[in-house]
Design a protein around this ligand. Structure first.
Ligand code: SD4
Length: 336
């Protein structure tokens, strides 16, 4: 049986639930790896559908996405609604409302979304709109473009019925004012243990979509855009293979096009875990000065198998699968 056919058949069994062990022979893949190794890495335990996984400890976001999936809606709807939960959460200081501002005191938001057809929409450096993930979806579905920036993105959002509002909360403003006294710029690793939300979901049909939303690095330069809204860096989805998303120092993710790399490695037969580890290794090779930054990746293949890896301790993932919503610490490179 061809690989794609196997996955298709599996995802159509029962209530759209897949569980079991799939061992695929090397003849059935296009991998360049030696055959023995392929047999080993593809002997995966499949996940159950639907399934959703997100960066950080965000149980409310994954619970929302799961509810959307359980109701038979698409993975695209699930990641949008899931990300919206954190965007509206004023306590979370790196996404949407309450996000920490740039050096000038402006909260600027980056977000993107990608669907099973490989379509993509994004907004970068957008202000005053609480749900950039939804504006990104509108860019994908309602415009001939894939990215809108700054004032143009805000204008488009308003034309689509989104409300303008201030996103700088009292707490975020106070933190920014304290930071200004130091006048030193240093990115904060694992800020609040609650950071950029990257989310991957597979629906009952076995289709995958992803979303990523952030206010970016706290106290960044005005106009700075990170990896989160950039296709292939902060997020990449290929419905034949799986998806990946990132959190952490965007500049490092951008330089290595991390999420695309992970998906391509999975296409060649790596497990999601192996692919995430390789993507982190590429960053470390290029920028050995890892004390100053964190990067974390999560990935999921079309069998529902997931993986995650990061540079420093402190990153975690939340996965909703089989009715259970669990936050798990992620293995890390810097054990010294
Ligand atoms: C960025 N990747 O703007 C985002 C920020 C982030 O953990 O994820 N911080 O670079």
């Amino acid at each position: 049986m061809k690989r794609r056919k196997f996955i298709q058949n599996a995802s159509l069994t029962g209530l759209g639930v897949v569980a079991g062990t799939a061992t695929l022979s090397c003849k059935e893949t296009t991998s360049e790896k030696p055959s023995e190794e392929i047999n080993k890495t593809l002997a995966v335990t499949t996940g159950t559908f639907p399934i959703v996984i997100a960066t950080w400890n965000v149980p409310n976001a994954t619970a929302k996405a799961w509810e959307v999936l359980q109701n038979g809606n698409s993975a695209l709807d699930a990641v949008e609604k899931g990300c919206m939960v954190e965007e509206a959460n004023a306590e979370g200081q790196s996404v949407g409302l309450g996000g920490l501002p740039d050096r000038d005191g402006n909260v600027t938001l980056d977000a993107c979304i990608m669907n099973k057809e490989g379509n993509y929409g994004a907004v970068v450096c957008m202000q005053n709109i609480i749900h950039p993930i939804s504006v990104a979806r509108k860019v994908m579905e309602e415009t001939p473009h894939v990215i809108l920036a700054g004032k143009g993105a805000e204008k488009f959002a308003v034309s689509e019925g989104f409300k303008r509002e201030s996103l700088l909360t009292k707490t975020s403003k106070k933190k920014w004012e304290e930071w200004k006294k130091t006048s030193k710029y240093k990115p904060i690793i694992n800020i609040e243990n609650h950071d950029t939300i990257g989310m991957l979901a597979i629906d009952k049909n076995g289709d995958i979509s992803g979303g990523c939303t952030t206010s970016g690095l706290a106290y960044k330069m005005a106009g700075r855009v990170g990896d989160s809204p950039i296709i292939g860096s902060g997020l990449f989805i290929d419905n034949e293979v799986g998806g990946a998303t990132a959190t952490g120092m965007g500049e490092e993710v951008l330089k290595t096009v991390g999420s695309f790399l992970i998906v391509e490695l999975m296409r060649q037969g790596r497990t999601p875990q192996e692919a995430c580890e390789e993507a982190i290794a590429r960053i470390i090779k290029k920028s050995p000065n890892i004390e100053d930054f964190q990067v974390g990746y999560i990935a999921m293949n079309k069998q529902g198998e997931t993986g995650a890896y990061c540079i420093h301790e402190g990153f975690s993932t939340t996965k909703y699968e089989n009715g259970s919503n669990e936050n798990t610490p992620v293995d890390f490179y810097n054990k010294a």
